[in-house]
Ligand binder design. Structure first.
Ligand code: GLC
Ligand code: GLC
Length: 814
């Protein structure tokens, strides 16, 4: 069953009924001002940091879901009847409804008793505002007297404090109202130098800024007293809950349409220019007023939207493919790339499932997110790499996360995850391959942001590598530390107190438990580092890296192989995890996927065998589960992984992030059919038909799909913010379609299904457009290349001379 359809021409998903199984959301904003918006206008906005600069309120896990948003009420002033054109919060039975989620905008349209309303929400590029472009049309045969009410609820900036510290917060709320613009200035009198504003393009009949005045005592958003009554009370918030509501009156002739633009914005003032006059407590509104004046003009709003549209046209135009599979095309050309922008921007911080409070930008997460983003805006990827590296510790270890606003690392979600450092090498490698910008390695970057500690970025990578060598366990495998990629495999934790965080509690010194996963990651990252060293002319250093990699590879063969698959780890008693000797958790996906993608066991059949075991024991119709059998009880020595009920999350859920590792593994053994089959099983577009089972958005990946041990097998959760986005984009474009960046140039190495006769692609790489056509002439993956009409040896397209605009590549597979 479906709740809408893809409009690929417009690059939109069109939701055709408001009661989707879960709120289906979209992101607004590209660089600094962000918001999430659901198909019924729920959601919130923030500036850079969803925790520290929350602009509006949202109530997580409420009943009903998705309360708090960018709401508009329409009221028929002749009958007194009112409704929400976005369905929530009033939930009137709308005669027509659609929500079009597009690239950086969402348009919600509906019709109720002959009145059509359509609101396009978007954030203009380079500006810290969001615009609600509302068009109201009267389809009645007679004139309509209407009232329009806008409403948002302000957050008192720090989202954590805002939802807990009521003894203070009920007394601090402050606003100003000038020329119909509502300014939210809580704490501006003291240490804040920022405020929010909410403006309307039309003359207003009234406003409210105190929540209780707007709603009325003991009333909810579905039944606000101001709307019922037909006018606001011009309330001024002093403490309690500051809101912003404008009331606009509209008289519409039959067939007439009127547009109203609402502008919600964020503004910072220089410290010494906070007040106007300077000795007053009144906000200096000069900068804000210029922005408001601009967007009060409808033509400027339209121009800003057009600019946003062209921006996405250009970004998506960097890589476009035309394959025999509509789901592949749609995800690569539109939605997966778009999701990669969201994960790059927000990491795992703010979604319908991530409260914006718990997690800033993850070190591991953000480095991986680069894999799917780096081709889009390399300049921003560069900045991100330098920011991440600046939070690295002098030991080579890393803070697990940092706040985007302060760019300082913190231990809030734990530290000492021993895989973390290697992801920096992977991220930098992806950047270098895409851009050829070798200069980044000479950038001076501090450790833990400490002035004076700067070294070239290259040394950060060297320290990442050494970090593992200095932390090897009894079998010569890397010590796991707090955990590795699997945050929930907490082998040193031994937590037996309820409520204790698995991520921040350690009571073992961690000298025994080892991770085969980190060993695989070390092999991959070490090989990258060797390549990078070679390019820097450091041949001897490169050779030492390769020697360590070979040693680790041998150790994995010796101590990391269980006979039919790769082991997962050794616990604190040096007992195997992910082995046929275990009663539960005999086989894990991570090492099968990651070791094969890293090239371990390709020559001696181990990789093929591991993939065969994966297919036999872990693959399901909804994707590949994390491990089997699921843990049926809590294991003190394994930690959080066994805390989840079987089939969910890391306990045998389909943790989508690692499925593309197996996909890439399958391409490495030349199995294009299996690779694309796995790719399709979790492809959200391919799951659209089962939206009632999948339940999450059909246009983006979710972190998890419940595994077969779960009563809700096939049900997705935690959509949008997941490493699945970058990894799948990377797997499909670079390994299945095989258009692969390398340090020397673009490689063409497709491993596609046998049934595909051909596909085409256009890929911009280092300023040059490659027009690629791949044809099948046999069942294999051997590539014969023709570049600009001339045959060449091998599968590397030589870098063209400077100034070249287009390179035409023809590849024949035999
Ligand atoms: C979450 C985390 C990621 C981790 C994964 C597995 O997605 O963001 O860092 O690797 O869970 O535990
Ligand atoms: C929890 C989640 C996991 C996440 C981790 C870190 O353990 O299950 O997915 O990565 O927290 O915040």
């Amino acid at each position: 069953m479906k709740y809408g359809y893809f409009d690929d021409q417009k690059r939109e998903y069109v939701i055709t009924r408001p009661d989707t199984p879960l709120p289906w959301i979209n992101y607004l904003g590209c660089e600094a001002y962000f918001g999430i918006i659901s198909n019924t206008a729920g959601g919130y906005s923030f500036f850079r940091d969803a925790r520290l600069r929350r602009i509006t309120r949202y109530r997580y896990n409420n009943a009903p879901y998705d309360v708090g948003g960018r709401y508009i009420y329409l009221r028929d002033d002749s009958s007194g009847e009112f409704w929400s054109p976005s369905w929530q919060p009033t939930q009137n039975k709308l005669e027509e409804y659609s929500c079009r989620h597009g690239m950086g905008y969402t348009t919600i349209s509906s019709k109720y008793k002959g009145i059509e309303a359509s609101t396009r929400y978007f954030v203009p590029l380079d500006e810290n505002v969001e615009i609600w472009q509302l068009n109201v049309t009267n389809h009645r045969p007679q004139a309509a007297e209407l009232s329009v009410f806008s409403i948002i609820e302000f957050c008192l900036w720090d989202a954590q404090d805002d939802s807990t510290n009521f003894q203070r917060n009920f007394s601090i709320g402050e606003v100003e109202i000038e020329d119909g613009v509502i300014y939210h200035k809580t704490e501006y009198r003291e240490r804040r130098d920022h405020f929010a504003f909410f403006a309307c393009s039309e003359k207003i009949a009234g406003y409210d800024t105190q929540r209780e005045a707007f709603l009325g005592p003991y009333r909810g958003w579905d039944n606000p007293a101001a709307v019922e009554r037909g006018h606001c009370s011009n309330s001024v918030a002093h403490g309690w809950a500051p809101v912003g509501s404008h009331h606009v009156k509209l008289s519409l002739e039959p067939g007439e349409t009127r547009q109203i633009n609402f502008v919600l914005g964020y503004q910072e003032n220089p410290r010494d220019q906070k007040f106007d006059p300077p000795d007053s407590q009144i906000i200096n509104k000069k900068a804000a007023k210029a922005v408001i004046a601009k967007y009060r003009v409808a033509a400027n709003v339209n121009a800003a939207f057009e600019k946003l549209r062209l921006y996405w046209n250009d970004l998506l135009g960097l890589c476009q493919v035309d394959t025999p599979d509509v789901h592949t095309n749609r995800m690569v050309n539109i939605w997966n790339a778009y999701q990669c922008m969201a994960t790059f921007n927000i990491s795992r911080s703010a979604s319908f499932y991530e409260s914006g409070i718990g997690r800033g930008l993850g070190f591991r997460d953000s480095n991986q997110d680069l894999l799917g983003f780096v081709h889009m805006v390399p300049g921003r990827a560069r900045e991100r790499i330098l920011d991440l590296a600046a939070t690295q510790l002098a030991s080579g270890g890393a803070y697990h996360q940092y706040q985007p606003l302060t760019k300082r690392g913190n231990d809030d979600v734990g530290s000492g995850f021993n895989d973390d450092p290697h992801w920096l090498i992977i991220g930098v490698g992806a950047y270098l391959k895409e851009t050829g910008d070798w200069g980044i390695l000479d950038e001076l970057v501090p450790y833990d942001n400490a002035p004076g500690s700067e070294t070239p970025l290259y040394e950060h990578l060297q320290r990442s590598f050494r970090y593992t060598l200095e932390r090897l366990g009894p079998h010569g495998l890397p010590l796991i530390g707090r955990a590795d990629w699997n945050d929930c495999l907490n082998l040193n934790c031994f937590s037996d107190s309820p409520g204790q965080s698995f991520q921040t509690t350690t009571n073992k010194d961690g000298k025994v438990a080892e991770s085969v996963f980190i060993a695989g990651l070390f092999v991959l990252a070490g090989s990258e580092l060797a390549e990078i060293a070679r390019h820097r002319g450091l041949a001897a250093e490169a050779a030492t890296y390769l020697a360590e990699v070979a040693k680790m590879d041998a150790t994995i063969h010796k101590h990391g192989w269980d006979g039919e698959w790769f082991l997962r780890a050794y616990d604190d008693f040096s007992r195997k995890i992910g082995s046929k000797e275990n009663v539960e958790g005999k086989i894990y996906i991570e090492t099968q996927g990651f070791c094969t993608l890293a090239g371990i066991g390709l020559d001696d059949g181990l990789a093929a065998k591991a993939l065969e075991s994966t297919r036999k024991l872990l693959a399901t119709e909804h994707g590949i589960v994390l491990q089997q059998p699921a843990y049926s009880k809590y294991y003190l020595e394994y930690g959080e992984i066994s805390s989840y009920p079987p089939g969910y999350k890391e306990n045998a859920g389909i943790f989508c992030h690692n499925n593309p590792w197996v996909v890439i593994g399958e391409t490495r053994v030349g199995n294009g059919d299996a690779a694309h089959d796995y790719y399709t099983r979790i492809n959200p577009s391919a799951r659209e038909e089962i939206s009632d089972i999948h339940r999450c958005e059909p246009y983006v990946y979710a972190q998890m799909i419940a595994g077969r041990d779960a009563p809700t097998f096939g049900e997705a959760k935690n959509s949008w913010l997941t490493g699945t986005a970058a990894w799948n984009y990377y797997a499909i474009t670079q390994w299945i379609l095989g258009i692969r960046t390398s340090y020397e140039g673009l490689l063409i190495a497709p491993v596609i299904p046998k049934s595909w006769r051909s596909f085409k692609a256009r890929r911009k790489f280092r300023g040059v457009t490659y027009q690629i056509e791949v044809q099948r002439a046999g069942d294999g993956n051997k590539v014969c290349l023709e570049v600009n009409g001339a045959p060449i040896q091998g599968n590397l397209v030589p870098l063209p001379p400077a100034g070249t605009k287009i390179v035409v590549v023809k590849a024949t597979l035999r």
